[in-house]
Design a protein around this ligand. Structure first.
Ligand code: RIB
Length: 293
């Protein structure tokens, strides 16, 4: 299969603990439930793209004993040819989810932090027809992947989650699309107010399509100097884990299949709001027919 999108992204084993409230400093808290399954911002976004009906090749690494994770990704339609099974431990996430559906996540990078430049070159060479490279911030070698994809004329889409200082050193003005949540936008441009944020983002990357996700308040898109705001339907929140990833995958899938920005934004908001009504990351991501309905 020739994929439109290459996703250079994390694959995590998620340990999701249901808790009465997010644990406080110094507190020991018993969980009410534990579910272990596939996650990782990269893997979640690949599944969202595939469920949106667009071809995606995932570039990843997991422990060889976690082949099930690769098989699960493949079963959703993701091209897994560029996922390596290695000796080192897989990445994992300890996730608390409280009664309001809010979460707190501790990550261990593991295999996600062990990519070589050769892995990225090989994935780009195997997917010469791809038009977009998607990246989050749970893998090593982001700057190198950025440069290699740019040399090949591939459009780069970045969701810098979780945000770290090194993101500011990337040539953000050369991105095709930057997708951030409110906290990430604030960390990038130092403004808390949404109007100031918009202006600063426009200055930071004037040619880049910038999307700011606003949780229950929908999302905002800044492109060609124009701002579009999209509301999200009001829903009962069960678990917000992976909702942002669902949004990112659906938005990019829409753009890659030729939707205009407004329609891609609207569908991404709908998909994200369905995801928060269900528990877990990957299993909460809706497919295209459900979102269309
Ligand atoms: O965005 C949710 C994801 O963040 C989880 O699946 C977890 O693995 C962390 O990467």
């Amino acid at each position: 299969m020739k994929s439109k999108i290459i996703n250079f992204g994390s694959i995590n084993i998620d340990h999701v603990y249901r808790v009465p409230h997010l644990v406080k400093p110094g507190e020991t808290l018993s969980s009410l439930d534990l579910v272990t399954g596939l996650g990782g911002k990269g893997a979640n976004q690949s599944v969202a793209i595939a469920r949106a009906g667009v071809s995606v090749a995932h570039v990843g690494r997991v422990f060889k004993g976690d082949r099930w994770a690769v098989e699960l990704l493949a079963s959703t339609g993701v091209d897994t040819d560029n996922i390596a099974l290695i000796e080192g431990a897989s990445g994992h996430a300890i996730i608390q989810v409280d009664d309001q559906g809010e979460n707190a996540i501790v990550l261990h990078g593991g295999a996600n932090q062990s990519f070589s430049i050769a892995d990225i070159e090989s994935a780009l060479n195997h997917n010469q027809q791809a038009r977009y490279l998607l990246m989050q911030n749970e893998t090593n070698l982001l700057a190198e992947a950025f440069e290699l994809a740019q040399e090949k004329g591939i459009k780069i889409v970045l969701n810098p989650a979780p945000m770290t200082d090194n993101i500011k050193d990337l040539p953000l003005a050369k991105l095709d699309t930057l997708i951030v949540n409110r906290g990430e936008a604030e960390a990038l441009c130092g403004a808390a107010d949404i109007d100031q944020m918009t202006q600063q983002m426009a200055a930071l990357a004037p040619q880049t399509r910038v999307v700011v996700t606003l949780g229950g308040d929908g999302a905002m898109l800044l492109a060609n100097g124009e701002v579009t705001h999209m509301n999200s339907p009001s829903v009962d929140v069960v678990d917000t884990t992976g909702a942002g990833d669902t949004f990112v995958g659906y938005f990019l899938a829409g753009v890659a299949e030729g939707m205009n920005d407004h329609d891609a934004l609207q569908r991404a908001c709908l998909a994200g709001s369905i995801a928060v009504t269900r528990q877990g990351a990957i299993k909460a991501i809706p497919d295209r027919s459900e979102v269309n309905r």
